[in-house]
Design a protein around this ligand. Structure first.
Ligand code: UDP
Length: 485
């Protein structure tokens, strides 16, 4: 009889686990993605989100950002934490990233097992959005039958350079043969048409020994992306179209949804429950006094200087930057993290005097608001991807001093492909700094501004209704929801 028929199993409630690698740029963009998902859904109820933070970062985030107030209205969003394995007092720096990576790799499976276990307050996950740097999440997803979409928080051009490392090795273009070899053009990164010299390859390629653990790891992590259901990138088609097409031959399902900061604004409903001011995902306390200082400066008169969250400057480098900035005679806003230099005794009298006269130094700035401020005329940056795309979105041209990892590639594309900045890579003396700032603010300002405004407009189009990033976000959501059943 019909009553003996087994009932169709209830459709699983969609529940995504979002897991960034625990450094500022990655956490920032993955939180933005989470917020976008919430904004795009019809009802909160449509999707549950568990955001997996390292314990260390989570405490800092709660202390320094406004995530608590932003996410508290959304009962279907929650944070969960995972230990990163380092003692809490140890500074997280580029030197222990691999250790953090290995520790997370050991623990992630158990955290996922815990989430899969029946519980009263949450249905089990139905899919994972994992940092594209952590391919062990694909293994974990396979074990629990969960589809995994990778979110790579770097540029498409750097992702592609990483992807081509095995070809570069096979063609004998790597390893780089010392300093005298740095200007050799590489040919094994298809689609870059003679743009890349050895010095423009990812920082991890600057090793004599190809068995270097960081090089090996980045190559492996990148190659694994092809196993994922899809690849999310914080970029837009009009910026990186040709490179994205190269990647599509290997990872067919790419969701370009960036620039995420602009995309978030474009999705905000007119009567928004979100605060009007930029939201903050900072792991350092933002010093908002610099905005008040900026209010008093003339339009486009200030150089903004920041090297991101991980760069640590040598004492000599700091001295050279200090003198270059002071000698350029421009107004400046400089972010000097307490841990970005050995100590603060390096600030010499000359820099101190110039700061009092026409500068402002803070330990951490609300960067997106700074870049959007009319007083900013240019950005001296380390070319981290978030900083780069935030600068492009704000229409601010750059001088690039790449520090490590993806930054060497980004700065080359900024200067030679997109023409929205100048690349001073591998040079750090006061004369170069002064000349570069002068070019940025005066000599090359009109050309750079024209290009960067054009890119900013294309970015805006991409995140507007019917734009490529807008449509890709809708497609991503549809796919995530369909993974529930
Ligand atoms: N940032 C900030 N305040 C600062 C310096 C940086 O809010 O004083 C933010 C910046 O807006 C960006 C992130 O920190 O979103 C840095 O990421 P990026 O990828 O540029 O560089 P990383 O820190 O990973 O080297």
């Amino acid at each position: 009889s019909p009553s003996l028929q087994p009932e169709a199993p209830a459709r699983a409630l969609p529940h995504v686990v979002i897991f960034p690698f625990p450094i500022q740029g990655h956490v920032n963009s993955m939180l933005k993605l989470a917020e976008l998902l919430i904004l795009c859904l019809q009802r909160d109820d449509d999707l549950r989100i568990t955001f997996l933070n390292s314990e260390h970062n989570h405490n800092r985030l709660l202390h320094c950002s406004d995530v608590t107030s932003r996410f508290s209205n959304h009962p279907t969003f929650r944070f969960k934490t995972i230990p990163d394995g380092l003692p809490s007092e140890t500074a997280r720096s580029k030197d222990n990233l691999l250790e953090v990576f290995n520790n997370l790799k050991l623990r992630a499976r158990d955290v996922l097992a815990e989430l899969m276990a029946p519980s009263d307050d949450q249905p089990p996950p139905t899919c994972i959005i994992a940092d594209g740097f952590m391919s062990f999440m694909i293994d974990a997803g396979e074990e629990f039958g969960l589809p995994v979409v990778m979110f790579r928080t770097i540029s498409a051009c750097c992702f592609w350079a990483y992807f081509c490392i095995p070809r570069l090795i096979e063609a004998g273009e790597l390893p780089i043969q010392g300093n005298q070899d740095m200007d050799r053009i590489v040919t094994s990164v298809p689609g870059t048409d003679g743009l890349l010299r050895c010095r423009d390859l990812p920082g991890f390629c600057r090793v004599a020994d190809l068995s270097d653990p960081q090089l090996q790891n980045i190559t492996l992590q990148t190659s694994q992306t092809t196993r994922a259901q899809g690849l999310i990138l914080n970029t837009f088609e009009a910026l990186e179209g040709p490179i994205l097409n190269q990647i599509r031959a290997h990872c067919a399902n790419i969701y370009t949804v960036g620039p995420l900061n602009a995309h978030l604004k474009s999705r905000l409903p007119a009567a928004s429950q979100f605060p009007i001011r930029q939201s903050s995902n900072s792991l350092w306390e933002e010093d908002r006094s610099c905005l008040i200082w900026l209010d008093k400066q003339p339009v486009r008169s200030v150089v903004y200087v920041s090297f991101g969250s991980l760069a640590v400057l040598e004492r000599e480098e700091l001295t050279e930057f200090g003198h270059g900035i002071v000698n350029s005679n421009y107004r400046f806003l400089w972010v000097l993290r307490p841990d970005s230099v050995g100590s603060h005794d390096h600030i010499d009298a000359e820099l101190q005097a110039a700061t009092e006269e026409r500068g402002c130094i803070v330990e951490w700035a609300p960067q997106e608001e700074v870049l959007a401020h009319p007083a900013i005329g240019g950005f001296l940056t380390h070319s981290g991807w978030n900083s780069t795309i935030e600068s492009i979105t704000a229409g601010v041209p750059m001088v690039c001093w790449p520090y490590f990892a993806d930054q060497q590639v980004n700065s080359r594309f900024v200067s030679e492909a997109w023409k929205v900045g100048l690349d001073m890579k591998d040079r750090c003396d006061r004369t170069v700094v002064k000349t570069m700032i002068n070019d940025l603010m005066v000599e090359k300002r009109d050309d750079l501004s024209r290009s960067v405004f054009a890119k900013a407009n294309q970015a805006k189009e991409a995140v507007s209704v019917g734009g490529s990033s807008w449509d890709n976000m809708n497609r991503l959501i549809e796919n995530i929801l369909s993974m529930g059943g």
